[in-house]
Ligand binder design. Structure first.
Ligand code: PLP
Length: 401
């Protein structure tokens, strides 16, 4: 029965929080988005280049499949590992896009790619273990590593190598304490892509260790040139690699919260146990939409990529035309990561002033790790028109420095 009178909560001051919370980081993009929204509520007009999600609608045939599944009553708990039909579709999709044989039994489904990141780290690492991860990189990596009590070991992505890493540096960082190596390609926040050569060298170095590999490939289909390469395709890597992908980026489905991964056999049961403990399952109607996405047709993802390609040209050329700004060509994803270290103010202050004074929301590169210092991240998941307006506003602000 519902209580008739509201329960009197003690004052928040008196309640303690876990000391371990100091180890849990966050994703600055969401903080900047909240600040931008507050400015909008106060009447300001903001151009959003901070948040990493496609601005396109989810393909209609995918929405219809989700709606149809709700109508058909697929609105209850379902298997934690994922619906067999979605595991099958994801296995076919991963096999076709990676050129690797993946079976449905190896695939797990979760509420986005993020739970795989968090729980793979928790399932493999104890305090004292080391985890190598890309820096600049998706901030959740470092947060989850620290939360697990493991030691984050940043692997520097080098601007002069188009934001790939130096395999010799990776080899130096690997030790008997390395429990997990996280790779991400195409990358957030740099748009860099790891080439076959680096991946082959990395695989040779990792093969001599006891480390698992978590290959975050959520942008695998947002690649502007060449063929996508996964480290899982390198000799000896398949058995130790979690190949992580999801619906969010490729199919403009960020809000549906559905990711999937090909998981090495010893990690399947522990991951399912984490999912049982936390989320139970991905809503079945979301999974039916996922099946429609992964089975195609793929015209809309193809059109999105073409549009991202036009935007990439506009933003990169526009940024390079600004004095004191230099920007390489992102090979994938939808992020530009210009170097602004030649400007008279720090990138953090610039990001702050761009939002407050120019109404352009961007992120400082340092939100992605210490090696991101001196850069900005601009998500070009916005219209050509808005990107042009943003460039004009940035130019005007730079002229005042
Ligand atoms: N991995 C990377 C590199 C990302 O950039 C993101 C989202 O921004 C994710 C994982 C999380 O994706 P999902 O929406 O599937 O949880």
């Amino acid at each position: 029965m519902l209580p008739k009178t509201p329960h009197q909560a003690p004052p928040a001051r008196a309640l303690g929080l876990a000391a371990s919370l100091t180890r849990l980081g966050t994703e600055t993009a969401f903080d900047v988005l909240a600040r931008a929204r507050a400015l909008e509520r106060a009447g300001r007009e903001i151009i959003h280049l901070e948040i990493g999600e496609p601005d396109f609608p989810t393909p209609m045939h995918v929405c219809e499949a989700g709606i149809e599944a709700i109508r058909a009553g697929h609105t209850h708990y379902c298997p934690t590992a994922g619906l067999p039909e979605l595991r099958e579709a994801a296995a076919d999709y991963l096999s076709a896009t990676r050129g690797i044989a993946v079976s449905a039994e190896q695939v797990l489904v979760a509420n986005g790619a993020k739970p795989f990141l968090f729980f793979t780290i928790l399932a493999t690492c104890d305090p004292g273990d080391e985890v190598i991860y890309p820096d600049p990189g998706f901030p959740i990596y470092e947060s989850a590593i620290a939360w697990a009590g493991a030691t984050p070991v940043p692997l520097r992505l080098r601007e002069e190598r188009e934001f790939s890493f130096d395999p010799a540096e990776l080899a130096l960082l690997l030790s008997e304490r390395t429990k997990l190596v996280i790779l991400n390609s195409p990358e957030n926040p740099t748009g860099g892509v790891l080439g076959k050569q680096e991946l082959a060298e990395a695989a040779r170095a990792i093969a001599g260790t006891e480390a698992w590999v978590l290959s975050d490939e959520v942008y695998s289909q947002l690649l502007y040139e060449g063929e996508f390469a996964s480290i899982a395709g390198e000799p000896g890597m398949r058995e130790r690699t979690v190949i992580l992908d999801g619906l969010s980026k490729t199919f403009a489905m960020t809000g549906w919260r559905c990711g999937f991964a090909a998981v090495p056999e010893p990690l399947i049961e522990p991951l399912v146990r984490f999912f049982v403990n936390s989320t139970s399952c991905v809503p079945p109607f979301v999974q039916y939409a996922g099946i429609a996405a992964l089975r195609g047709p793929f015209d809309e993802p193809r059109r999105m990529l073409e549009e991202f390609s036009r935007r990439r040209r506009l933003i990169v050329e526009g940024l390079n035309a600004l004095p004191g700004v230099s920007c390489g060509w992102p090979g994938g994803a939808f992020y530009a990561f210009p170097n602004v270290s030649a400007l008279p103010i720090a990138a953090e202050e610039l990001a702050d002033r761009l939002l407050g004074e120019a109404g352009v929301a961007v992120l400082a590169g340092s939100a992605f790790g210490r090696f991101g210092r001196g850069n900005l991240r601009l998500s070009y998941a916005n219209t050509l028109e808005n990107l042009e307006r943003a460039l004009e506003r940035i130019e005007r602000l730079l002229a005042t420095l």
